[in-house]
Design a protein around this ligand. Structure first.
Ligand SMILES: *Cc1c(COP(=O)(O)O)cnc(C)c1O
Length: 460
């Protein structure tokens, strides 16, 4: 980390100024300008819209974000797995600028344009499976999840939907119902949509290491007994659960669910909103398991920070809804489509999926080493640039949310954007932009290690 007194920049390769890739603290966090904004926020913005760091961000790129006081923070969150290609990725900036100058909106369902179709073609090509596919574009992950369920219901003429323990699918009414965790996502916001059922997950660290096939059999038995396939339109699952705690199911769990769904006329929906677009070191997390979902929901990493989401899947399912049944005013906005095409080009041309795998080995290597020396790290898990540690009481294995909050606060105060997650609030997740360099990544992990040390090393 360096201490300097002004925001310095170096010239980037694509014409714009690139940010110096360093952690740099020139004030306490929050500095005076950030404090001013946070005070205005409290007076103007609804309190339900929270914030993780009390900062006022003015720039971002590579592996850093810079605040209004000139502090440069290491970004280990990517705005929740969104800026995989980095903030203000030069390809994205150029494409969006050109689109901005051409036209900004027609409403695709009124007067179509090429960008939307090109994004659909790309999604059909990149998502798992070589069957004939169709895509539809929306604005947010939750909106795409809602549409995947709509489509599955229309196609199967059935109504029930199964989601899993620890699931997170969004904050709209239907997706709140699909989401597992009560506080902060659901409490007081009901009633929730009917015909949503929950099944047990595979959570190797907390289910005694139950094998994938056995965990699937347990879930399937519960679904058959409590819901019945004759009523079941779809099961929806994150291939690696995100907000629920970066839970990687045991090998074989997802393939067994897919096989059962296929055999029983149930639409299998993979919610790849957080795991998609190179994040896990493959285009989609489903690829690691060799599964071919009927429908894939994408958002977050798709468009370099512009709001875009999609449902992609088997043509016969996707085409079931009548014309006019899917859409929305802004879905597949031309700026967002231009951004997505440029972001996909960046994933493809700039080696970012390979980079996600390298980031994964750095993260897993260092975090496993920390775990060997610190029994409070109960588990290290994840794939590619989607890795987490679960913090526990070493004696009992009970989740330690208080320690997790303290380590995150330490990281924030010391210039690292670090996110937590997990049903029990005891998971620290690492989701750096794939454009972060190794030095920054290692420095960021080092700050987390310092934070753990500051809270006292557990005596095993
Ligand atoms: C973030 C997320 C969503 C919701 O996406 P929004 O764009 O916030 O509506 C849905 N599913 C998963 C797995 C997510 O991580």
């Amino acid at each position: 980390m360096t201490i300097v007194d002004s925001v310095s920049t170096v010239t980037g390769t694509a014409g714009g100024p690139a940010l110096v890739q360093e952690r740099r603290l020139v004030t306490a966090i929050p500095g005076p300008r950030s404090q001013e904004l946070i005070a205005r926020k409290a007076a103007a913005v609804a309190s339900g819209v929270g914030h993780t760091l009390p900062v006022s961000i003015v720039a971002g790129g590579g592996g850093v974000v810079v605040d209004a006081d000139g502090n440069s923070l290491i970004d280990l969150g990517s705005g929740i797995a969104v800026t995989g290609v980095g903030n203000s990725n030069p390809r994205v900036v150029e494409a969006v600028t050109a689109q901005l100058n051409a036209f900004t909106h027609t409403c695709f369902t009124i007067a179509p344009y090429e960008g939307y179709v090109a994004v659909a073609e790309k999604l059909n090509e990149l998502t798992p499976g070589d069957h004939v596919k169709r895509s539809a574009l929306f604005n947010s992950g939750a909106e795409a999840v809602e549409n995947a369920i709509k489509i599955a219901r229309h196609h199967t003429k059935k109504q029930a939907v199964v989601a899993f323990d620890h699931a997170y699918h969004g904050r709209t009414n239907l997706t709140m119902g699909l989401t597992a965790k009560n506080i902060p996502y659901k409490s007081g916001f009901g009633p929730f949509a009917p015909e949503v059922y929950r099944a047990p997950l595979s959570y190797p660290y907390r289910d005694g290491g139950l094998g994938g096939a056995d965990a699937a059999a347990r879930a399937i038995s519960q679904i058959e007994k409590q819901v019945g396939v004759e009523n079941l339109a779809a099961i929806i699952i994150e291939p690696i659960q995100g907000e629920g705690g970066f839970i990687v199911p045991a090998a074989g769990f997802l393939p067994a669910l897919v096989e059962w769904a296929n055999a029983n006329g149930v639409v299998f929906i993979a919610d790849e909103v957080q795991t998609g677009f190179g994040r896990t070191g493959a285009w989609f997390a489903s690829d690691h398991e060799g599964i071919v979902p009927d429908l894939v929901v994408t958002a977050k990493g798709i468009a370099g920070g512009l709001p875009l989401s999609a449902v992609t899947g088997r043509a016969e399912i996707m085409d079931s809804a009548m014309a006019g049944g899917l859409g929305g005013t802004y879905g597949g906005n031309p700026l967002a489509c231009a951004a997505a095409l440029a972001a996909i080009e960046s994933y493809e041309q700039d080696g970012l999926i390979e980079r996600a795998r390298q980031i994964g080995s750095v993260l897993l290597g260092r975090l496993n080493a920390l775990r060997t020396a610190d029994a409070r790290i109960g588990d290290v898990r994840g794939r590619g640039a989607m890795v987490a540690i679960e913090l526990v009481d070493p004696a009992t294995g009970a989740p330690d949310a208080a320690l997790t909050a303290k380590v995150a606060a330490y990281a924030h105060a010391n210039g690292v954007v670090l996110l937590t997650c997990g049903t029990y609030g005891n998971v620290i997740r690492f989701l750096p932009p794939l454009t972060i360099d190794d030095d920054l990544l290692i420095e960021g992990i080092g700050v987390v290690a310092e934070g753990l040390r500051a809270e006292g090393l557990a005596t095993a």
